[in-house]
Each structure stands twice: as structure tokens, then as C-alpha cells.
Design a protein around this ligand. Structure first.
Ligand code: LHQ
Length: 263
């Protein structure tokens, strides 16, 4: 597939998608949204792929909506921003949050606006120490979108989430890690290696089983304990029917490393 605004590679079960508009800090324009849709659809359909890694080219991760995109800014005329969410950002947040294989967001630099909240949709978020997160929406009179009011609140609690959204302060990667908003941050020099190591690790795990774990956590914040117990039971039943479960137990009893196939 040929893309202009993103790069997509596949190696040993890991799909790496790089946002690639570095001169605009990888902000989303209409073309990038379309390319993301096509790329994510392709990755989802490819059964060889057992982990999705997303990062940004250049010094930024993603500065949210491209505020200079002509299809977004139609001059004098007020456009319906809700339509842009309906068409682009909401489906993107849903697609990443419910992605069938484990997802990693490697935040290499500043993540602002929808770029910050896009990152929070991933299963595991890591960041370079020089990276930062900005809920920039309030600075232009907008509301956090791409699921940010939900993901941020669940990740760091209401007081911190609300203050970040109202103030638009820059949150360093280290602070984000210490608040539990992201998994870890790494020194810039080792960041890319660490991201790739994590992706390789996940791509060798029991992929089907991991997809069930993801499903359980997706429902956890809104389910009651008994609903969640019922869901866990259903997912455990399904996991118990995978070949990787057999392999995991066999490897344990034979005292050897497991070789998971992903199903
Ligand atoms: C940009 C952008 C950008 C275009 C940097 N667009 N060029 C959803 C639905 C529909 C509509 C509205 O929005 C949304 C969701 C949203 O995402 S709203 C929030 C949109 N994003 C922002 O408000 C963030 C705007 N950017 C910034 O505040 C800064 O650029 C940050 C803090 C991210 C980085 O600051 P610096 O490191 O100082 O870089 P810079 O500002 O110098 O930017 C570098 C270049 O990138 C610069 O271009 P230039 O030609 O002057 O070198 C910027 O104009 C361009 N750029 N963000 N979102």
C-alpha cells in the first residue's frame, strides 16, 4: 500500500505505523485520517500480525488536528466539528481501543490535543523522556475529544484529568509515568529499542488469550463486579479452548520455553 502521511511496515508479526508529517508535528489532516483507516483495516485483516506499534516521525508524536487543513478550516464559514469527530476521531478511538491484537503507542515527542488522547487509546503507552502531553483543546475554545475525558479520568482520576483539561498545561513524560497515565518512560537514546523490544515480546505471546484480556479490561470500568465475573467466565472458557493454552501448560510442565502460535 502506498501512503504519504503515514508509513506502514510489517516485520516478524509486528506492524509499525509511523505518523509521517513531521513538518506539522504529525497533526491529522483529512488524508492522514483516510490513510489511517486503510492501514488499520489492513493490519486487522492480516492474521500474521500479532502486535501493532504506533509512533511519530521527527521531533513530535502528534499535535492533534491540523489546524491549517483546508477541509477543516473553511475560512469565514463555521463548520460542524461534531461531524469531524463522527467521521474521523470517534471511529479512530473505537478502532484502537478494540483492536484485536495488542497495541503499543510509542510517544516519541509532544502529543497535543487529539494526538494526546489518541495515544491514551492504546493498550500500552510508553514515552521518550523528552516527550510531553498537552490537553491543548481549552486553548482554542474546544473540548477534549478522542475519548480523552474518559481515558484520562480512568487513568489519573477526576481532579488531575479535569485540571489538565481546563489549564492545558504541558505534562512531562516522567510526570505522566509517575501519575500512572502511561506505562513507562525511557531515556531518548534507548526509547526506540525499548519500543521494539516490547512489540517483539507481545508478538510472541498467546495473541488470542491477550485479545480476551483486552476485552475484559475494555468492559471493566463500566461493568458491575457481577457483570465482570460473568464476562471473565466467558472469556476464560474461550481462552481454555485455544492451542496456546495447551502449549503454555505443556511448556510449564516440561520446563521449557513456550512457543505460542497466537491461536
Ligand atoms: C501545526 C500544529 C497543528 C497545524 C504544530 N496544526 N500545524 C478535533 C476535531 C475537529 C477540529 C478541531 O480539533 C479536533 C481535535 C484537536 O486536536 S484540537 C487541538 C489541536 N492542536 C493544538 O491546538 C496544538 C497546536 N500546536 C501547539 O500548541 C504546538 O505546536 C505544540 C505545543 C504541539 C508544539 O510546540 P512547539 O514545539 O513550539 O512547535 P511549534 O508550535 O513551533 O510547531 C512546529 C510546526 O508545526 C509549526 O509550523 P512552522 O511552519 O511554524 O514551523 C506549527 O505551526 C506546526 N503545527 N501543531 N495542530
Amino acid at each position: 500500500m502506498n501512503f504519504e502521511c503515514i508509513l506502514l511496515t510489517e516485520q516478524e508479526g509486528v506492524a509499525t505505523l509511523t505518523l509521517n508529517r513531521p513538518e506539522r508535528l504529525n497533526s491529522f489532516n483529512a488524508q492522514m485520517h483516510q490513510e489511517m483507516r486503510d492501514a488499520l483495516k489492513w493490519v486487522k485483516k492480516n492474521s500474521q500480525i500479532r502486535c501493532l506499534l504506533v509512533t511519530g516521525a521527527g521531533r513530535g508524536f502528534c499535535a492533534g488536528q491540523d489546524l491549517a487543513d483546508r477541509s477543516f478550516d473553511s475560512g469565514e464559514e463555521l463548520i460542524d466539528l461534531g461531524l469531524s469527530l463522527e467521521k474521523n476521531y470517534n471511529p479512530l478511538a473505537e478502532t484502537i481501543s478494540s483492536f484485536p491484537v495488542p497495541t503499543i503507542c510509542a510517544v516519541n515527542g509532544v502529543a497535543a490535543g487529539a494526538g494526546a488522547n489518541f495515544a491514551l487509546c492504546f493498550d500500552i503507552v510508553i514515552a521518550a523522556k523528552s516527550a510531553s502531553f498537552i490537553q491543548a483543546f481549552c486553548k482554542i475554545g474546544l473540548v477534549p475529544d478522542t475519548g480523552g475525558t474518559w481515558t484520562l479520568t480512568h487513568a489519573i482520576g477526576l481532579p488531575r484529568a479535569r485540571a489538565l483539561a481546563l489549564l492545558g498545561d504541558k505534562l512531562s513524560a516522567e510526570q505522566a509515568a509517575s501519575w500512572g497515565m502511561i506505562w513507562k518512560c525511557f531515556d531518548d537514546e534507548v526509547f526506540v529499542d525499548e519500543a521494539n523490544k516490547l512489540a517483539t515480546q507481545l508478538s510472541n505471546q498467546p495473541t488470542k488469550g491477550l485479545s480476551y484480556i483486552k476485552r475484559a479490561f475494555l468492559s471493566a470500568p463500566s461493568n458491575s463486579l457481577s457483570e465482570q465475573l460473568t464476562l471473565e467466565q466467558a472469556l476464560q472458557t474461550a481462552a481454555g479452548h485455544t492451542q496456546d493454552y495447551r502449549e503454555g501448560v505443556a511448556a510449564f510442565t516440561e520446563k521449557r520455553p513456550a512457543k505460542f502460535k497466537g491461536y
